[in-house]
Design a protein around this ligand. Structure first.
Ligand code: IFM
Length: 461
């Protein structure tokens, strides 16, 4: 196989892949793990396509050693994994489940032995069910439970984990899980869900402080961001797009990076000691992680018409914006438009919005679902995934040339896995997983990424 020459990156640039606990581990009832909101949500009739669940997933809990061997073959600098909170603290608080902590202890050791930096997410959407019973993220106490959990894992792993991020994509967890009800915990609270966002952000700040007090360093966040485009130049569409931009981008980035909400209207929707909380939320970070997938196009809502648009989700009536399909671009098999230049664009926007307040950036996720399966020879040819990552890396490189300090790229995902409400059909992995046999087959994109990493590592010496 040969590919066009890849763009060149500085020798210090970090090459990674990412996964999340509920999407790959399985073993949901083993070794004392408590239930999480995703165990509960998957049991709701109709919640997940085909009624699928993460009960077995990619069986990583039992196959983690050979999965780390694959990462070693790939030559990764870093592997981003998430810890399952309910494996470590089955009820979210109180007594530690030693077997759960030991599972991650062994994996972190093995990664370090392989020369792969463990990059750990504390919370990738799988809240312990016991905390949900007490109100979950709508309850301010949950933020403090995240801080306590951070202290426990920080003390245990400070010596070996090279990158920490308390939260993954609070915007998606807020909108899909708490505003629209299409992800766990399945709440459809509309704008009231902002309170859940605020508590996640408070939990982030408390966790950052707890990790630091436990001796951890190199702490950031993995937050989903993308450009928002207005459907036309009409003032109505421009205003609608601006509101949406504030909801999905700046409502989450501004508190973390500059300690304020982007507009007074946000703070007015919240209860609690917001000003005090914002000081905690803005705890200084060593880096900021951006997960990038696709821009969004927004129009003003048309009276009498629904606002569901491209999301294919029933949005509540009366929203001040309406997502519309972006046409004219190729799409992934998931139907998402492939717009690599959106990555460079959001990076430049971050640079101009935050200036000196912006720490170095990592792309903590980018990836695409294509359904390529093994052929008769047992090979998985996935040229579109190679093109996707190549084009996104070029876009990212051009933003670096313009002065944005980006220090690494994590492919989503290492393995095909449980794509939340979309089940197992959507495949983001560099490694194909046959979910009947659990056989792993590295795809062509795996070999492409291996060669890319290897070429950059060769230039380091
Ligand atoms: O699979 C998800 C991941 O859990 C969070 N970021 C987006 C990915 C693809 O949808």
């Amino acid at each position: 196989m040969s590919w066009k020459p890849a763009p060149e990156f500085p020798s210090s640039f970090l090459w990674g892949t990412a996964t999340a606990a509920y999407q790959i581990e399985g073993a949901v009832a083993e070794d004392g793990r408590g239930r999480s909101i995703w165990d509960d949500f998957c049991e709701r009739p109709g919640a997940i396509i085909g009624g699928e669940t993460g009960v077995v997933a990619a069986d990583h809990y039992h196959r983690w050693e050979s999965d780390v061997d694959l990462m070693t073959t790939l030559g990764l600098d870093a592997y981003r994994l998430s810890l399952s909170w309910s494996r470590i603290l089955p009820t979210g608080t109180g007594q530690v489940n030693v077997k759960g902590l030991d599972f991650y202890d062994r994996m972190i050791d093995r990664l370090c032995d392989a020369g792969i930096t463990p990059a750990v997410t504390l919370y990738h959407w799988d809240l312990p069910s016991a905390l949900q019973e007490q109100g979950g993220w709508m309850n301010r106490d949950t933020a403090f439970r995240l801080g306590e959990y951070a202290q426990i894992v920080g003390e245990k792993f400070a010596d070996r984990v090279g990158m920490w991020m308390p939260l993954n994509e609070p915007v998606v967890h807020t909108l899909y899980g708490h505003a629209l009800g299409v992800h766990a915990p399945g709440l459809a609270l509309g704008f009231e869900a902002f309170q859940a966002a605020h508590h996640q952000l408070l939990g982030h700040g408390l966790a950052v402080n707890a990790l630091r007090s436990a001796g951890c360093s190199n702490i950031g966040i993995a937050s989903n961001h993308a450009p928002v485009r207005a459907a036309s130049e009409s003032p109505e569409d421009v205003v609608a797009a601006d509101i949406y931009d504030h909801v999905v981008n700046w409502m989450f980035a501004d508190p973390v990076l500059v300690g304020k909400y982007p507009a007074d209207e946000f703070a007015q929707l919240l209860s609690g000691p917001i000003d005090e909380d914002l000081k905690i939320i803005a705890a200084p970070l060593d880096w900021y992680g951006i997960n990038y997938y696709e821009p969004t196009m927004i129009a003003a809502p048309v009276e009498g018409e629904g606002t569901a648009g491209v999301l294919e989700i029933d949005l509540p009536p009366g929203l001040p914006f309406a997502p519309v399909a972006i046409t004219g671009y190729p799409t992934t098999d998931f139907g998402w438009p492939i717009i690599p230049e959106g990555l460079g664009e959001i990076l430049r926007t971050f640079q101009s919005r935050f200036g000196d307040a912006l720490p170095p950036i990592y792309i903590t996720e980018s990836g695409c679902s294509f359904h390529d399966a093994p052929n008769e020879a047992g090979e998985v040819h996935d040229p579109a995934r190679i093109d996707y990552h190549d084009a996104h890396l070029r876009s990212l490189r051009s933003a670096m040339d313009d002065g944005v300090d980006v220090q690494g790229y994590f492919v989503w995902s290492m393995l095909d896995n449980f794509e939340w409400a979309a089940g197992y059909k959507e495949r983001f992995g560099l490694v194909h997983v046959d979910f009947d046999t659990q056989k792993r087959t590295p795809k062509d994109s795996f070999e492409w990424y291996r060669a890319l990493i290897s070429a950059h590592k060769a230039a380091r010496v």
